[in-house]
Design a protein around this ligand. Structure first.
Ligand code: HEC
Length: 159
């Protein structure tokens, strides 16, 4: 063993505290971690998309700057690889994800891609500022949410 490696293994407080943390490597495979990962992602999506829907419906005042911010954050969320939260064996437990997801993974992923496409379009129209166009894009994103929830989520929440 190299001196440097031994020094790291024996002497490093960082190594010891890392081993003790609940985020030790093997836990990344835990189904609970994956379920909270995907549920947190959907919660963040809803926190940004929800107010956009409310704005379109006139339930809250239209604020173009806020609309842009929500659309940008939605687009940022789409850069995360949320499919990592749907690993094999993560179907049972505290979740509304239907088992059909794991039987039709390709279709599920394509519905996730539809959401990405619609979200990218929403960000673009939001930048343009045309209220009617933005409303239509919000509707298209809502359809992408619904298309997936109808088949793969056991209970409705939003939209
Ligand atoms: C590709 C499929 C898919 C798409 C697209 C999708 N969802 Fe979901 N959504 C799910 C699944 C599956 C769950 C259940 C996750 C779980 O309980 O483990 C879920 C859960 C949720 C939840 C509950 C999160 C929680 O706290 O447990 C909310 C809110 C939500 N989605 C909102 C949305 C919104 C808003 C959109 C569109 C902007 C959207 N979803 C698009 C599949 C999808």
């Amino acid at each position: 063993m190299s001196r440097i490696l031994r020094k790291f293994l024996l002497g490093s407080a960082a190594a010891i505290s890392l081993a003790a943390t609940p985020f030790a490597l093997s836990h990344f495979d835990d189904k609970e971690m994956q379920q909270s990962y995907r549920q947190s992602w959907f919660a963040m999506v809803a926190m940004n998309f929800g107010p956009m829907v409310a704005s379109v419906k006139g339930e809250i005042p239209w604020n173009q700057e806020m609309m842009q911010g929500w659309a940008n954050d939605l687009e940022t969320l789409n850069t995360l690889n949320v499919i990592r939260g749907f690993g094999d064996g993560s179907d049972q437990g505290t979740t509304r994800a239907k088992p059909e997801i794991w039987e039709n993974k390709a279709d599920f992923e394509s519905k996730l891609n539809d959401l990405k496409t619609a979200t990218a379009a929403l960000q673009e129209t939001t930048t343009g500022g045309d209220r009617k166009a933005i409303s239509e894009s919000v509707g298209a994103v809502g359809k992408a949410c619904k298309a997936c929830h109808d088949e793969y989520k056991s209970e409705d929440y939003l939209y």
